[in-house]
Design a protein around this ligand. Structure first.
Ligand code: NAD
Length: 475
């Protein structure tokens, strides 16, 4: 079996202890590679390398133009190795290969290109004072960044953290999720090939608690922790970070509300609503898992939406025609299966869907589930959507906001006033109107409540990955 190594200080290495774990292809359910299993000693090695690369190495001192050129070269290599990177994520977590190849990989390259350019072109502020002074701002890098990533968009979400951190001159230790080590290791290798100096981007594999993850978050040599994952893990990481007073950025879970009003363009609403919940087999923090439809179109919408859900192609994620693969792991499959037990016990009715073979869950539409049931309140992180009718705009907003999450929401309406009024009333970091998932990388991205702390994207990433400094000068 192949070995997926750590990448530390420019070298592909095993763990100090020699420990390994296996990674499983969720479609075949067979182990396909061994992975170096990092612990405290390995985290220490990685932090020491990143620290040295930051404190005395060339990276923070290169300047935006040269750093940016290297990050663009890395983006070129990502594009050139697109097939390999896409297959790594597909084998690790069952993402349909077409999505991995045509969405995740290009977006990963785009993240590196965007943040390379954004950092280079970014202006500071000059604050003319009327006291014979003037003040201005500088954005020096924060230092060593621990980037801890989830398994659902492995490579793409890793680049969302790594790219701005590097562009602003930090050095990074990336810890991919234990289920998806392969593309991260490849990214570490490509970064060296692109010419990033040793120690600038390190990749450390392992689990969370009592393993590489907690060893990193507790390490005193880390200056920033950027984390994407479950809300419960976010709490544990915030606690660990507080011991060293390290700033954290937490992008956590979601329970997206999708509001479809009577005046919506129905074809458009059905199309996006299908994508919003069934992309990546629903394993999306932004999933539109609570679908609220106004009474006047409810029956027609449900009919069309259910038919479209039933028509999605479910199967081998390596087949380019597949739209939904298996869930990412056995553990995750069992968690999602638990919600079917609730539905079978009489919580709502299933209009289409159900469990498939292996770790497959078919696109599932649940009607009439009570708003306080687990399937409606908890983040399922699978291809299950609950659909609820509503009468008034106020009802819709109240239902949408009745969650402890607040990552995103969608609104479908052709009314100009409503299209502005409703987003402003929603408690959510991002609201999409008549679409879903479209991103401008300059925009703030993050969540309210249990969906996280902080925002990343554009200048919001700059604020997090730098130590903004004020200089006040007497003229
Ligand atoms: P997870 O929290 O189980 O794991 C995420 C990462 O944290 C992994 O690398 C894991 O090894 C590590 N980890 C776990 N416990 C740790 C600890 N105590 N200390 C340090 N590291 C630890 O999340 P997951 O199951 O990989 O991902 C799914 C979750 O991520 C969902 O809740 C989803 O909504 C969320 N998510 C959020 C966003 C967002 O942008 N808000 C994006 C994608 C996924």
């Amino acid at each position: 079996m192949d070995l997926i190594p750590h990448v530390i200080d420019g070298q592909e290495v095993e763990s100090v202890s020699g420990a390994r774990f296996t990674t499983v292809d969720p479609w075949t359910q067979a182990p396909y590679a061994e992975v170096a299993l990092g612990g405290a000693q390995d985290a220490d090695r990685a932090v020491t390398a990143a620290r040295a690369a930051f404190d005395t190495g060339p990276w923070p001192r290169l300047g935006f133009a040269k750093r940016g050129a290297l990050l663009h070269r890395l983006a070129d290599l990502i594009e050139q190795h697109g097939d390999e990177l896409a297959m790594a994520d597909t084998r690790d977590m069952g993402k349909p290969i077409t999505d991995a190849r045509t969405k995740d990989v290009p977006r990963t390259a785009q993240n590196f290109r965007f943040f390379a350019d954004h950092a280079r072109l970014s202006a500071g502020e000059t604050l003319p004072m009327d006291t014979g002074h003037h003040a201005y701002t500088l954005f020096p890098p924060a230092g060593v960044v621990a980037a801890i990533a989830p398994w659902n968009f492995p490579l793409m979400l890793e680049s969302w953290k790594v790219a701005p951190a590097l562009a602003w001159g930090n050095t990074v230790i990336l810890k991919p999720a234990e289920d998806t080590p392969a593309s991260a290791a490849l990214l570490g290798r490509l970064a060296l090939e692109a010419g990033l100096p040793p120690g600038v981007l390190n990749v450390l594999h392992g689990y969370g608690p009592g393993s590489a993850g907690s060893a990193l978050t507790e390490h005193p040599g880390v200056d920033r922790i950027t984390f994407t994952g479950e809300s419960g893990t976010g709490r544990a990481i915030a606690r660990a970070a507080s011991a060293n007073l390290v700033p954290v950025s937490l992008e956590l879970g979601g329970k997206g509300a999708n509001l479809v009003f009577d005046d919506a363009d129905l074809d458009n609403a059905v199309d996006w609503s299908i994508k919003a919940i069934f992309t990546n087999a629903g394993q999306v923090c932004l999933a539109g898992s609570r679908l609220f439809v106004q009474r006047g179109i409810y029956a027609e919408f449900v009919r069309r939406f259910t038919a479209a859900a039933a028509g999605l192609v479910v199967g081998d994620p390596k087949d380019p025609a597949t739209q939904l693969g298996p869930l990412a792991s056995e553990e995750h499959y069992k968690k999602v299966r638990g919600y079917f037990e609730e539905v079978q016990a009489g919580v709502g009715t299933m209009a289409t869907g159900g469990l498939g073979d292996g770790w497959v869950v078919r696109p599932t539409v649940v009607l009439d589930a009570p708003l306080d049931s687990r399937v409606v309140c908890e983040e399922v992180f699978g291809p299950i959507v609950t659909v609820h009718p509503f009468d008034t705009e106020q009802d819709a907003v109240e239902m949408a906001n009745s969650t402890r999450y607040g990552l995103n929401a969608m609104v479908f309406t052709e009314s100009l006033s409503r299209a502005h009024r409703v987003p402003a009333a929603l408690r959510a970091g991002t609201v999409w109107v008549n679409c879903f998932f479209i991103r401008d990388l300059r925009a703030p991205f993050g969540g309210v409540g249990d969906s996280g702390i902080g925002r990343e994207g554009g200048t919001f990433s700059r604020e997090f990955f730098t130590e903004p400094q004020a200089v006040v000068m007497q003229v």
